[in-house]
Design a protein around this ligand. Structure first.
Ligand code: GAP
Length: 439
């Protein structure tokens, strides 16, 4: 983890938020490379789970919703974690994290250091308007699903849908986590990519397992995560969330052990039923053939995008022997981020061999043309070896080197991040070559 955190800071992926003021616990800013990578993962999720699926619809709800939403959803009552406090140093921990409790107790060399366990709400509160008044209290959303439930009827009608169909959303959520940590793995604000898939009651089990397959395929084939770093864990019924009749966690082998990456829950008709009861609005589905009215059952795949990005970074992180040429090698070991090319934050780096004016001019012309089609970087500082190394560390699949010969033969050298193979390509054919390679 230390290596990843250091790489992320050094290369502008992710760094501590508001650091000029000493930071804020577990708040993270995403720099240029981090933003591009995050956006690529997010766009891929949308493409695979919304754009390429005729049975899916997209939605975008607000962070602030009527507080009754969270009463009906059961979050006000049940979205809690058990909390204990250390009597010695007053640090707070989740009572269900036995390993952390044991480690902390060891630090104080005592056994009886914990207060009684109390339930602690994960919902973050805020106040709307100029006065801090309980009547104006609202919650920052703790999950996205509730927009899909409150808007179930209007989405059904405006899009003239029949069961089964789903509604998907990507957005930010907030949670008052008792303990945060492991870099961006657990924070108090993060993005979820979530969908609610509505089916006729009785069909939910088959649909649940077909979503499990779709998730597995996305993680391996689309994101390129290694199979040996993934496994599925089915929750015992005592550990299920208040709305779930069955949950599978897709776990990733993080440096601290297997941990949840993506949740798949069978949410029954719990939410629609409760929203109908509290709002007084009919949220049932009317079968167009039989005329039968019922609350659909819901299957919900839900993943934190920052957590997914951490898995992608960890999985792609590799160390190789120095490969930039002896005179340019900075260390004996070099880092290469072997990301799927489609995910790489920068697709092409344009590197003139030297800063000589005529080379820079040629390289700039190439760069200005390529940025219309690819996310590119132009870099003419430092030795070519150091520049390759920098691009390897952010996972850039192709480096285009413009050398003195380029001025004569109108061709450039394209270096492949993974094979290290160098191809000499005519400048006129460069775009087509890169498009084919990056397709
Ligand atoms: N609507 C269902 C739901 O929100 P969840 O398991 O509480 O389910 C979904 O959260 C996903 O969000 C998790 O599988 C995980 O990837 C991510 N996640 C949960 N808590 C997180 C946190 N504090 N920081 C970052 N990601 C988190």
């Amino acid at each position: 983890m230390e290596k990843i955190i250091s790489l992320c800071k050094r290369r502008g992926f992710i760094f501590p938020g508001s650091e000029i003021y000493g930071g804020l616990a577990n708040s993270w800013d995403f720099g240029h490379a981090g933003t591009e990578l995050f956006n690529n993962i997010s766009a891929l999720w949308w493409k695979k789970f919304v754009q390429e699926r005729p049975d899916m619809l997209g939605i975008r709800g607000p962070v602030l919703m009527n507080p009754k939403v969270w009463e009906a959803s059961g979050h006000v009552k049940n979205f809690t974690d058990p909390l204990v406090e250390c009597r010695v140093c007053h640090a707070r921990f989740r009572a269900d994290k036995e390993k952390e409790l044991k480690e902390h107790a060891k630090e104080h060399k005592e056994k009886d250091i914990w207060t009684e366990s109390k339930l602690f709400s994960l919902l973050v509160k805020t106040f709307l308007g100029p006065v801090e008044d309980q009547q104006l209290m609202v919650y920052l959303r703790g999950e996205l699903a509730q927009t899909m439930f409150t808007d179930f009827k209007i989405m059904l009608e405006t899009n003239r849908r029949k069961l089964p169909f789903g509604i998907a959303q990507i957005g930010k959520v907030f949670r008052n986590e008792v303990t945060t940590g492991n870099f961006i793995f657990r924070s108090r604000e993060f993005h979820i990519a979530e969908l609610e898939y509505f089916v006729k009651p009785g069909k939910e089990d088959a649909v649940f397992y077909s979503w499990a397959e779709a998730i597995e395929k996305f993680l391996t084939a689309e994101l390129g995560l290694k199979k040996e770093n993934l496994r599925q864990y089915e929750h015992p019924s005592k550990d299920l969330a208040h709305y779930s009749k069955g949950t599978i966690d897709f776990q990733y082998r993080f440096p601290w052990g297997w941990d949840e990456l993506w949740g798949l829950a069978s949410r029954t008709d719990y939410d629609l039923k409760n929203h109908e009861q509290l709002s007084g609005q009919n949220l049932k589905y009317k079968d167009p053939e039989s005329g039968e009215e019922f609350w659909p059952y819901v299957v919900e795949p839900s993943v934190g995008l920052e957590r997914l990005m951490l898995a992608v970074l960890l999985d792609g992180y590799t160390e190789t022997e120095a490969r930039s040429g002896k005179e340019d090698a900075v260390h004996e070991v070099e880092t290469v981020l072997r990301l799927k090319k489609s995910l790489s934050p920068v697709k092409v780096a344009v590197l003139p061999l030297s800063k000589k004016e005529n080379l820079s001019k040629k390289a700039q012309e190439i760069y200005q043309d390529l940025i219309k089609d690819f996310v590119c970087e132009y870099d003419e500082t430092q030795s070519i070896g150091k520049r390759y190394r920098r691009q390897d560390e952010i996972g850039t699949p192709y480096c285009v080197t413009v050398d003195f010969e380029s001025l004569e033969d109108n061709a450039v050298t394209v270096r492949d991040r993974d094979t290290m193979k160098q191809d000499r390509i005519k400048i006129a054919e460069l775009k087509g070559y890169l498009k084919e390679k990056l397709a």
